[in-house]
Write a protein that binds this ligand. Structure first.
Ligand code: THU
Length: 157
């Protein structure tokens, strides 16, 4: 039997350790949580995507009484970004959340599996790693790429 080891290094940063661009993106993700529509979960998620055309596109989770009809913050941002700027490439995504108490979550939230798969496709279109910033109340996880969040991903192209 052979073994395949898949390594993932997550950098854990304090806010002061972020680059100015990262800090700005984190702030925009945090602000986006206030544009969440989440009357069913009360879990407010925001995402901010920096594109290579200089534009930052934000999204927030949008729920629906028919539960599966809602969408996560990451996909709301990603789909809007690509629908508005189909020629732009994703560079960085920041994701933030506030819990049911309204406060930023202590432990950074990571995108759900469906969002990882959706984001991966835009990373492949970009042809370069899309950096991922996951925001907790006082620490940020920095990951080198979307693909690092989805080992053994399904890719058909
Ligand atoms: N949610 C996101 O927006 N992003 C994720 O990656 C995970 C979950 C949303 C979906 C739902 O509106 C709420 O958080 C609770 O699951």
């Amino acid at each position: 039997m052979q073994k395949l080891n898949i390594d993932l290094t997550v950098e854990v940063l304090s806010p002061e350790e972020l680059t100015p661009e990262e800090a700005s993106l984190v702030e925009q993700a945090r602000l986006s949580t206030f544009r969440s529509y989440c009357p069913y979960s009360n879990f407010h998620v925001g995402a901010a995507i920096a594109l290579d055309n200089g534009v930052t596109v934000c999204g927030a989770n949008q729920e629906n009484v028919a539960y599966p009809s809602g969408t996560c913050a990451e996909r709301s941002a990603a789909f809007y970004a690509h629908a508005q700027y189909p020629d732009a490439r994703f560079r960085v995504i920041a994701i933030a959340a506030r819990g049911t108490d309204g406060n930023p979550v202590e432990t950074p939230v990571a995108p759900c599996g469906a969002c990882r798969q959706a984001l991966l496709e835009y990373e492949m279109l970009a042809g370069a790693p899309v950096k991922v910033l996951l925001c907790g109340a006082d620490r940020i996880y920095r990951l080198p790429s979307v693909s690092s969040t989805l080992p053994l991903a399904f890719t058909e192209f």
